[in-house]
Design a protein around this ligand. Structure first.
Ligand SMILES: Cc1cc2nc3c(=O)[nH]c(=O)nc-3n(C[C@H](O)[C@H](O)[C@H](O)COP(=O)(O)OP(=O)(O)OC[C@H]3O[C@@H](n4cnc5c(N)ncnc54)[C@H](O)[C@@H]3O)c2cc1C
Length: 426
């Protein structure tokens, strides 16, 4: 691999990760093309909560999380659901997940994630500025709200992990919370505000403008599905797609939750799963928080978006192929109404021509230790894996893209990427 200089680089997948990677690669003077069968930004990067939270460093597999699972699964409004027919397929993932839920591992994971996600806001603003998309990004912080001091105490380890890694947190009691966000239910008695965090009011709009800028700078979009790679020994020759071969000196796999077969084609066995998530949006809501607000118990976020109020969250384990279960979105409405009692009692359902609500399901690309796969393929140093960012893909994308550009240029990555080694599960 040449140490530097212009190379032809193919980026597989035009979600937020691929588009950030393509943008940084272009800034290095590479000739870059994105391979994408659909419209850029319409995968998981479309319907998420839009948060760029540098404080999001606690893994999903937190110590003690398993104790909550039966309660969550039994609660029809709960944050987790499992399609039992999918259990045999996901069992190996769950075994690794449980193995990851120790205090020491959680500490190591948080420490590894902080440099990846911490600089998210300055980095995404840097890209957004060039793309004329700065108006889509806001820094109002992120608010986590609790219904009791006991509930907050249960999250003590998570907050300690954040603080230990340099996250500054402001605490609010019930009265202060009311002043900060008057629309919130009076059931909330504690609020923790992380001011360093930000959000986009339009995730799809952000990706679209970054892609427009990528095109303006000479980037190319190849409308195709990548199928694999042609190697000559360990050297990459071309990306194979359903629309023919595309010669490339380097390739980046960032096809989100669909990256697994592409990595496997090169012998990289990564236990990628989808944690399906849902959103429900209300156009012209009666009330809207100013700050993106997470209900710590319900595990969902209410984000003020340009087109309305978005409730996003929950996890459904059911694989890539199963159709959406729209009851999961409806649950978010029930939960959201408890958070913001000023919302209407009901909204016309989706069939109503004047509907004000819309629903969405998407695939978080997740690995059992909540860390991405980010590094070179074992088969070829020219192919870089950059997927598996799970719940923090928006947040981690800007730095991931920078690291991808470093690796392609042969520069040392600006942060320690050893914890993200795609081979760590072998
Ligand atoms: C409900 C919910 C809320 C979330 N909230 C947040 C949040 O607030 N903050 C945050 O940081 N993260 C959040 N996330 C996570 C975040 O959305 C994802 O981690 C992130 O969008 C993943 O980006 P990606 O580019 O890896 O994948 P995607 O956006 O899914 O993009 C992958 C792209 O690859 C393409 N592709 C697939 N297969 C191929 C192929 N063979 N060849 C070529 N292209 C292919 C797809 O068409 C797609 O366009 C949330 C997720 C969900 C579901």
């Amino acid at each position: 691999m040449a140490a530097s200089g212009a190379r032809r680089v193919g980026v597989v997948g035009a979600g937020i990760v691929g588009v950030c990677a393509a943008s940084w690669l272009q800034r290095d003077g590479n000739s870059v093309f994105l391979v994408e069968p659909g419209n850029p930004g319409e995968g998981a990067s479309f319907g998420n909560a839009g948060c760029f939270n540098g404080s999001s460093i606690t893994p999903m597999a937190m110590p003690g999380v398993i104790r909550n699972v039966p309660r969550w699964l039994l609660d029809p409004l709960g944050p987790l659901s499992l399609r039992w027919s999918y259990l045999p397929s996901i069992l190996p993932y769950l075994v690794r997940f449980v193995g990851s839920a120790t205090p020491d591992k959680a500490r190591a994971q948080a420490k590894a994630l902080r440099p990846l996600v911490g600089p998210t806001l300055p980095l995404i603003r840097d890209l957004a500025r060039d793309a004329g998309a700065e108006d889509l990004i806001h820094q109002r912080g992120h608010l986590y709200v609790y219904r009791s001091a006991e509930a907050l105490a249960k999250d003590g380890f998570a907050w300690a992990l954040r603080r230990d890694n340099g996250v500054v947190v402001d605490e609010f009691d019930a009265d202060e919370l009311r002043q900060l966000e008057p629309a919130l239910s009076r059931d909330y008695v504690r609020g923790l505000l992380v001011r360093e965090n930000g959000h986009t009011e339009n995730p799809l709009g952000l990706v679209t403008r970054l892609v427009d800028e990528f095109r303006r700078r000479g980037g190319e979009i190849v409308r195709a599905r990548a199928l694999g790679f042609h190697l000559d020994g360990r050297r990459l020759i071309a990306i194979r797609t359903d629309a023919g071969d595309h010669p490339a000196d380097a390739a980046i796999i960032c096809a989100g939750a669909q990256s697994k077969p592409l990595a496997a084609a090169l012998g990289d066995r990564v236990p990628l799963e989808t944690e399906r998530g849902y959103h429900l949006m209300i156009r012209d809501p009666e009330v809207m928080p100013r700050i993106p607000t997470a209900d710590a118990d319900g595990k969902f976020v209410a984000t003020p978006m340009a087109e309305g109020l978005r409730f996003a969250g929950t996890v459904e384990l059911a694989g890539l192929a199963a159709p959406p279960d729209w009851r999961r979105s409806r649950i978010l409405l029930a939960q959201g109404r408890k958070m913001l009692p000023g919302l209407a009692a009901d909204y016309p359902d989706a069939a109503d021509p004047d509907r004000r609500i819309s629903m969405w399901m998407g695939h978080r690309p997740s690995l059992p230790d909540s860390l991405p796969a980010l590094g070179r393929s074992r088969a070829s140093p020219d192919v870089i894996l950059a997927f598996g960012h799970g719940h923090v893909g928006m947040t981690a994308a800007p730095m991931t893209g920078r690291i991808v550009a470093d690796l392609v240029a042969g520069r040392p990555a600006s942060i320690d990427i050893a914890p993200f080694d795609p081979g760590r599960f072998a």
